[in-house]
Write a protein that binds this ligand. Sequence first.
Ligand code: URA
Length: 242
Amino acid sequence: EALERAPSQHLGPEYKSPDERPQATVSKSVTQANVHILPQTPQLIALLTMIRDKNTNRGDFIFYSNRINRLLVEEALNHLPVLPHTITTPLGRTYSGVKFEGKICGVSIMRAGEAMEQALRECCRSVRIGKILIQRDEETSKPRLFYDKLPEDISERWVLLLDPMLATGGSALMAVDVLRSKGVPEEHILFLNLIASPEGAANFAQKYPKLRIVTAFVDQGLDEKNYIVPGLGDFGDRFYTL
Ligand code: URA
């Protein structure tokens, strides 16, 4: 099976001529309408280059992945509805703006998803955050739910589901099943990840076409161990231990 060539783009400011602007590999595009890929800006590509580099140390990995997570959270929040809101400025003038409508919460898929909680807290003060632990069952090698702790009113909230790497989507799909069993409508779930595989994105789009995926990058594919390639390796290991 021939691998589709990864798209390449000139990056850098417009005042530089194209031959002065380096070519870099950018995200694959996808056909699924519910997959939202962040704009492939020079900053985003530089941040991804940092965290993909095997020589990047743990401190830098944490710092730069957090910057991308902030971009993901900000983009996800743009998918939530707003209401008209007119205010008065200190000059006595009115300004017609908007305000958020509804309640949100985060749900991190342990353990790697917990690495995205900081960015969510930085963007949404005192946000409630639930957790789901799913691990591969030793005997069946299928994902199994081990633990969940979720806000009791989660069915009335928009849910930002957090997991940095969308590989096959097996555990994330199970997490969505858990959320739906608690009454969360599919269209109120936003699944945030740093890097997605085309296979994972397609699995989600097929099973949950109304759920939105917000990702920074759709990578080339999966290797024989279901690691994303070129990827960044094991996210949890790089964030928590190495
Ligand atoms: N989880 C990771 O941490 N990395 C991958 O490449 C796939 C899943």
